[in-house]
Design a binder for this molecule. Structure first.
Ligand code: AMP
Ligand code: MG
Length: 412
């Protein structure tokens, strides 16, 4: 049985990320959650031209160095410059232009005096205090110079990056294709959510939970359905999955029961099994294998069938593996934070224990609260609203209230 740390090293090292150019496609700016495949450069300076950061008056600094509220400097207003307007005049000594936020600075002027420091008198303005030289002028190219790298490859495109791309007039960008993740559920007892339940049957919730997680990550789930505990059927489904997906997730069938065929099938399909069990609770029967494929190995995760175990092992291992695979350069690793236990947290000692619950930021402290109603890996009901897993290390059995606890943030 591998430690969680060794299992993570084994898995993450075997992930070969998507590559440019063979794994890329062009998308427009309506696409979110995609990973940029090549760095972006813009031909535009930011700002595009010197402009005003305030509503006020564009002046020559040399003209207003003596200004005060007792002895204001009086300037003649020669032009009004709203946003979007190209100034026509050059400001001469003794002159000013009325200017608004974002409007182009007129030639000759070098400083903006904010409206609140002035008094308007018909076509003249009284300047009531001395501004700083070049105050409230946003200079051309001071944020970004045309030709430099604007965005690096390997970052996720969310609202801020999409704003940058739009502003830089890059309406189409090259991103990595979505990783294809096949999801199959094994078990004679499983039915679809729409089917009436017969005695002994339960609903295949894992298929939907895993597909939701895969979608949230910007990957594409391939729902392979429910596969009976039948060796041929399962072998066919797994064979189909490994030829059509980059990553395969099965749930169930990885324990040591008589109907647990996954391991035998992986071997007969010439997969290499790297992990058979991990010293964690829940999630001990996690199986991890790779299948050789033309470009890169297909990753196979045999997740335990228990709904909680399936989700915990997904969050702990599969999520970072998909994120790394998808081309993300930074931040794909699991992110742990230091939280505070709000009640007793119990571990099993021999295995790393994952407890699910809620993390709340209270007065600057992340407080972890255990989900109520029994911490059984078969209890998926109290999993709802989980946003964090508390991690109790091997060798520890108890973290008392008020003490610090390592926490893995999960979900959105
Ligand atoms: P297994 O790993 O196949 O022995 O399954 C362990 C437990 O998880 C059993 O109680 C199964 O009924 C349950 N289970 C397996 N697969 C699923 C699934 N797709 N959705 C919900 N529960 C499942
Ligand atoms: Mg089963």
């Amino acid at each position: 049985m591998l430690s969680v740390r060794d299992a993570q090293t084994t898995i993450f090292n075997l992930v070969q990320p998507l590559q440019h150019p063979q794994d890329t496609e062009i998308v427009d700016l309506s696409s979110v959650n995609r990973i940029l495949a090549i760095p972006i450069t813009s031909q535009l300076d930011f700002p595009h031209w010197d402009n005003s950061a305030m509503d006020g008056y564009a002046v020559r600094y040399a003209d207003v160095q003596q200004a005060s509220s007792e002895q204001p400097t009086i300037l003649e207003i020669v032009e009004e410059i709203p946003a979007g307007y190209q100034p026509q005049l050059t400001i001469q000594s003794g002159q000013a232009a009325r200017i608004f936020t974002g409007a182009v600075m007129p030639k000759g002027a070098d400083t903006v005096v904010m409206q609140e420091e002035t008094r308007r008198e018909n076509n003249q303005v009284a300047i009531l205090c001395v501004p700083k030289p070049q105050e409230f002028v946003r200079h051309q190219a001071s944020y970004y110079q045309a030709g430099n790298q604007l965005l690096p490859a390997g970052i996720r495109l969310n609202a801020p990056e999409i704003a940058v791309l739009a502003a830089a007039q890059c309406p189409q960008v090259s991103v990595y294709r979505k990783p294809k993740v096949a999801i199959l559920s094994t078990g004679n007892e499983l039915v679809m959510p729409t089917q009436p339940l017969k005695p002994g049957q339960i609903v295949d919730s894992n298929q939907y939970a895993l597909a939701a997680l895969v979608r949230q990550m910007g990957a594409e789930p391939l729902m392979m359905g429910i596969i009976a505990d039948d060796k041929e059927a399962l072998q066919q489904a797994i064979a189909h999955s490994i030829t059509n997906a980059d990553i395969v997730l099965s749930s169930g069938g990885v324990s040591v029961g008589e109907y647990d065929y996954v391991e035998q099938i992986i071997t007969s399909l010439k997969g290499t099994i790297h992990i058979r069990a991990v010293a964690m609770k829940p999630g001990k029967p996690l199986t991890f294998a790779t299948f050789d494929h033309s470009q890169r190995p297909v990753l196979y995760f045999g997740l335990p069938g228990n709904p909680v175990s399936a989700l915990v092992t997904f969050w702990r291992f599969v999520q970072p593996a998909i994120a790394k695979f998808s081309g993300l350069v930074d931040g794909w690793q699991p992110q742990f934070i230091n939280g505070m236990a709000t009640q007793e947290l119990r571990g099993v000692g021999k295995r790393e224990t994952y407890l699910w619950g809620k993390l709340n930021l209270v007065d600057g402290v992340y407080k972890f609260q255990l989900a109520g109603g029994g911490h059984s890996s078969g209890n998926l009901i109290n999993l709802a609203q989980t946003n964090a897993l508390a991690v109790i290390p091997v060798g520890e059995k108890l973290i008392t209230a008020g003490n610090s606890v390592k926490v893995l943030k999960v979900g959105n």
